[in-house]
Design a protein around this ligand. Structure first.
Ligand code: NAD
Length: 418
């Protein structure tokens, strides 16, 4: 156990609430493999209670509800949340690092971005008051037509583990600014800072039920939220496979969904590029947050004439990346999120090798770290377009490389994903 990690319950209707079935999930620090605490693990029973609380906050209180309050009223809370995130930045960042294995200074920057996001949406909430109705001009003079923006209702926000607080805030802040009430379901692999966000909401006096934080497994919380008849919309960020499940479940009650899914982005380097600059961005694009980014530039396409020189630069950069305990100053590459993810990434590398690819740099556990789910920054060449390393999202510090000779060929390869 880590004294820094608070023991929390579910946050429903403005209060901490033990899950109905009293289940909990261990929290593992992926950089040490230690169990550092545990999380409340909700089930469908808790989802029902949270949805009721959110509906109550949306519809009740005799017109004083969140939905019909002014944007300025809602903005006041969003700003207070932003301020408290900044006040608690240092602790929150440490918790994020313990929970995810990401370097501490990356976590600090995530906390700052989370606060900025609340401030940004506070402004947009206020702007709603200035422009309640936007006239639309149509030919028929006998009709008066305007656009009126209204909150959709109760929204379920289902988020991944790579930027636990930031991904959640990108959904919570706009939902609350618009006047929706919400149930946030963070990833079971990294929920600690989302429960701390709940605590911040409690401290700033956010009205009861406006934001509920319900932690637990995808199958036990995400699935019942997605199919719930009283949830009006789902906003989901995560893998494409889960996105399909969410969309299918939501379709049963004709619920709109927003999906932000996985990726396999290319980065293209042409002969006339500034190679030092391009090398820096290639390394950053693929290895930041240990490559666990949906927009990670995990496929490098480099012009044949500069490939050898460019790869040398990438190897030099990779050798200089500090891989260490993510709490250590100057750490640039922490661990990946979990044992499962660690094994999945190593399996991708082994399979690529078996299919004839060359591991130009890295490819395994760093020699100096025998504990924690660490993987070296890895560069793979001799990659074929039918290989899984080329086609599938690895979500780890793995760059695969192909060369091209013409722009057309580069574009064709860039678009060559499933
Ligand atoms: P995941 O799909 O495994 O899980 C995402 C969330 O869905 C978690 O909270 C999980 O508990 C929940 N979930 C699981 N099963 C569910 C179900 N049946 N119904 C409803 N919810 C369910 O994704 P992950 O492993 O947490 O995150 C990594 C993925 O997220 C990668 O594919 C990455 O590309 C993607 N991602 C995308 C973006 C983006 O903006 N497009 C940003 C970050 C991450």
């Amino acid at each position: 156990m880590d004294d820094l990690v608070p023991s929390r319950q579910l946050f429903i209707a403005g209060e901490w609430r033990e899950p109905v079935l009293k289940k909990r999930i261990p929290i593992v620090n992926p950089a040490t493999e230690d169990i550092v605490g545990d999380l409340p693990a909700a089930t469908a029973e808790d989802v029902d209670i949270a949805v009721d609380a959110a509906r109550m906050a949306f519809f009740s209180n005799k017109g004083k509800d969140w939905a019909s309050a002014s944007g300025a009223y809602r903005a006041k809370f969003l700003r207070a949340i932003a301020d408290m995130i900044l006040e608690r930045k240092s602790l929150l960042a440490k918790l994020e690092t313990i929970d995810t294995g990401k370097p501490l200074d990356e976590a600090v920057s995530d906390m700052e971005s989370s606060a900025s996001c609340f401030k940004y949406y506070a402004e947009l909430a206020e702007a709603l008051d200035l422009k309640e109705r936007t006239p639309v001009s149509i030919k028929q003079q006998s009709f008066k037509t305007h656009v009126l923006k209204e909150p959709i209702g109760v929204v379920a926000l289902i988020t991944p583990w790579n930027y636990p607080l930031l991904m959640a805030v990108w959904k919570v802040a706009p939902a609350l600014a618009a006047g929706c009430t919400a149930i946030l379901k963070p990833s079971e692999l990294a929920s600690v800072t989302c429960l701390e966000l709940a605590d911040i909401c409690r401290q700033v006096g956010l009205p009861s039920g406006v934001l509920n934080v319900v932690t637990g497994l995808g199958s036990e919380v995400g699935a019942p939220l997605s199919s719930h008849p009283h949830v009006d919309k789902i906003a989901f960020t995560g893998s494409t496979a889960t996105g399909i499940k969410v969309m299918t479940a939501a379709a049963q009650t004709i619920k709109p969904v927003s999906l932000e899914l996985g990726g396999k982005s290319p980065i293209l380097v042409f002969q006339d590029a500034d190679l030092d600059n391009a090398a820096e961005w290639t390394i950053y694009g693929c290895f930041a947050t240990s490559g666990q980014i949906c927009s990670a530039t995990s496929r490098l396409l480099v012009h044949e004439s500069i490939a050898a020189k460019f790869l040398e630069k990438l190897i030099d950069w990779s050798k200089n990346i500090k891989i260490s305990d993510p709490m250590e100053e100057g750490c640039r590459l922490g661990s990946v999120i979990s044992k499962t993810q660690y094994e999945k990434i190593l399996n991708f590398i082994t399979t690529a090798k078996g299919e004839g690819a060359t591991i130009l740099h890295g490819g395994g556990r760093p020699q100096h770290l025998n504990q924690g789910f660490f993987i070296e920054p890895t560069i793979i060449t001799d990659v074929g377009t039918s290989m899984s390393i080329w086609k599938e999202e690895v979500f780890g510090p793995v760059l695969c490389v192909k060369t091209f000779t013409t722009e057309d060929e580069a574009l064709e390869l860039a678009n060559d994903t499933e």
